[in-house]
Design a protein around this ligand. Structure first.
Ligand SMILES: [Zn+2]
Length: 67
């Protein structure tokens, strides 16, 4: 897989032939269900929150501190 990623080929899964993509949520994709359940349990216990990789203009991250 590493060779495919660093070559000019579009990496595809060897089992199901679907595209291989990084383990991230792209703009427009739904967040995993775990996000909202973790938010409810983790946020009340949080003393400091560091959010990286966002301008904080996109929901739901933009309003996290209001929750
Ligand atoms: Zn697959």
């Amino acid at each position: 897989m590493k060779e495919k990623i660093f070559s000019e080929e579009i990496p595809k899964c060897e089992k199901c032939n679907s595209l291989v993509k990084p383990d991230i949520v792209f703009f427009g994709e739904s967040l995993p269900a775990r996000f909202s359940s973790s938010l409810r349990s983790d946020f009340p216990r949080c003393d400091l929150l560091i959010i990286m990789g966002t301008s904080l203009s996109v929901q739901p991250f933009a309003s996290l501190v209001m929750k």
